[in-house]
Design a protein around this ligand. Structure first.
Ligand SMILES: C[S@@+](CC[C@H](N)C(=O)[O-])C[C@H]1O[C@@H](n2cnc3c(N)ncnc32)[C@H](O)[C@@H]1O
Length: 376
């Protein structure tokens, strides 16, 4: 089947995530935050970087609409083509509403405030998720029917209601944790995900929800306690985790640069390494060099230490710091030249270069640069 996907803010990173799950040759960037994906099935809930997904129609849209199951229809229409506007999209929506009416169908049209329906409106109206709650997504001459929108309510709950939070450590957005896990696991259905800088446990939480065993370690005893509290809270709230035979999470204290992990059962590594102290402005050149060197030293020592403790082929997806420079660009840790000597290859994507794999908000001082490695 073919799917049209609407990508998140960091579109290139989202493309890399899709490639990790579906293979590079099955993912085509269409520009305009869109991609086409060939896949047997599509589970939007496990993707951090895709906002909406829609199955491309193989039949004319009018035929598809004429054959919808009985019952009232809620219809939304989004046009992602270049040059689309609210008025043109609304007229198209009315055209298809009238076709449905001629078939005697009762239709509620979602009012258009833009050429595309926002993910909040799509989610709120359960478009693509409930029988006859339809969102038609148009891109040039492609028509697709939504299979859902990212569940922003669930993300917000997982993010904001966790009992143990730490503003200083800074918490990874759950969506980025999912992206890291997908880049490391490439969608394999089971195994153990290690986060050796687990902090408050966002990666562990998402890994457990995605069906993996989660294994965390951190230098700080306090962070291990925080992770434990957050994971206990998650298990309490999530019946499927209570039913699982294996414990959802294993935690231990340790410095990632010299720790011997107690379990050698590590299949994937997904982690946000220490990003350094929070900064209030772009660092001056001397400070920047110092921060970069410290982060490179930590990353190098960690990679050296873990190399002998993981199997050949194990993939690591790491969020590493990248600093805002005075010209508005970002510059991050730069150890890819040494990667081979450390015993790894770096993973390349067809739709994104290494410098594209950046996760940040505008003017954020410390952004996250994502690197994906495979143990030789
Ligand atoms: C950026 S935070 C990770 C935050 C985490 N992703 C979360 O969502 O809470 C980095 C973590 O690395 C830990 N850390 C710093 N140096 C470390 C080291 N050498 N070994 C292991 N953990 C370390 C810190 O205690 C901190 O919890």
């Amino acid at each position: 089947m073919q799917y049209l996907t609407v990508l998140g803010r960091e579109a290139k990173l989202s493309l890399a995530e899709l490639e990790a799950l579906f293979g590079g040759k099955n993912v085509t960037s269409l520009g305009h935050q869109l991609a086409k994906v060939t896949a047997d099935s599509f589970d939007l809930n496990r993707l951090g970087g895709t906002i909406k997904a829609a199955q491309i129609l193989e039949q004319p849209l009018a035929d598809y609409l004429a054959n919808l199951p009985v019952g009232k229809i809620t219809l939304g229409f989004s046009d992602y083509s270049k040059g689309a506007n609210t008025k043109k999209t609304w007229l198209l929506a009315l055209k298809y509403k009238n076709i449905l009416k001629r078939h005697g169908r009762n239709v509620r049209l979602i009012p258009a405030t833009d050429a595309v329906i926002s993910s909040a409106t799509a989610h709120h109206n359960q478009l693509g998720e409930k029988l006859n709650h339809i969102e038609i997504i148009k891109y040039n001459d492609i028509f697709a029917t939504s299979i859902g929108t990212q569940n922003i309510t669930a993300y917000a709950k997982r993010d904001q209601q966790r009992p143990a939070r730490d503003a200083f450590v800074g918490m990874l957005p759950p969506k980025l944790a999912q992206i890291l896990i997908n880049l490391a696991t490439e969608g394999k259905s089971s195994g153990t995900v290690l986060d050796p800088f687990c902090g408050t446990g966002v990666v562990l939480q998402e890994a457990a929800l995605m069906g993996y065993s989660a294994y965390g370690s951190d230098l700080s005893e306090k962070m291990i306690k925080y992770s434990q509290r957050n994971l206990d809270w998650l298990t309490e709230k999530t019946p499927k985790l209570q039913k699982s035979a294996a414990p959802a999470v294993t935690l231990e204290e340790g410095d990632a640069t010299d720790h011997q992990w107690q379990s050698t059962d590590i299949d994937f590594v997904a982690s946000e390494i220490y990003l350094g102290h929070p900064l209030s402005a772009a660092p001056a050149d001397i400070k920047f060099k110092e921060l970069k060197q410290d982060a490179e030293t930590l990353l190098r020592a960690f990679l050296k230490n873990i190399a002998s403790q993981i199997k050949s082929g194990t993939q690591l997806a790491l969020a590493t710091p990248s600093w805002l420079r005075h010209d508005g660009s970002y510059k991050g840790v730069d150890i890819l030249d040494e990667i081979e000597n450390l015993g790894y290859n770096s993973i390349k994507y067809l739709n994104a270069t290494q410098s594209d794999l950046l996760y940040h908000r505008e003017n954020q001082i410390v952004a996250r640069q994502i690197i994906v490695l495979r143990k030789k």
